[in-house]
Ligand binder design. Sequence first.
Ligand SMILES: [Zn+2]
Length: 124
Amino acid sequence: MKFCTAINCMDGRVQLPVIEYLKKKYRVEYVDMITEPGPNKILSDRTDQKLIESIFARVKISVEKHGSKHIVIIGHHDCAGNPTDEENQKAQTQNAINVIKNKFQNVEVIGLWVNKNWDVIEIN
Ligand SMILES: [Zn+2]
């Protein structure tokens, strides 16, 4: 079985688009889903260390127990947990990518943006 890891928003609208996109992109059978409201903001701001540790503890299980080689951080349009514009969210996602890369080596880390049509776009 092959897994990848998504740090996604809890918003129900972005679950299936992200799962479908990542299953296709990485040819994995399963996407381990770690959800918080506006996780790109949480990881970019770095104000809630306890929550970040909780997120990373879950990522660690996915990487170490499920052998995930890809960690993906997601931001999306109309996010109730992170009500800021696309430009700012993309900058947060970029910061979040760096924070994750710093913690997890030997895995690929990318960012995704889910737009108002629920299309998934890669941020690198
Ligand atoms: Zn959201």
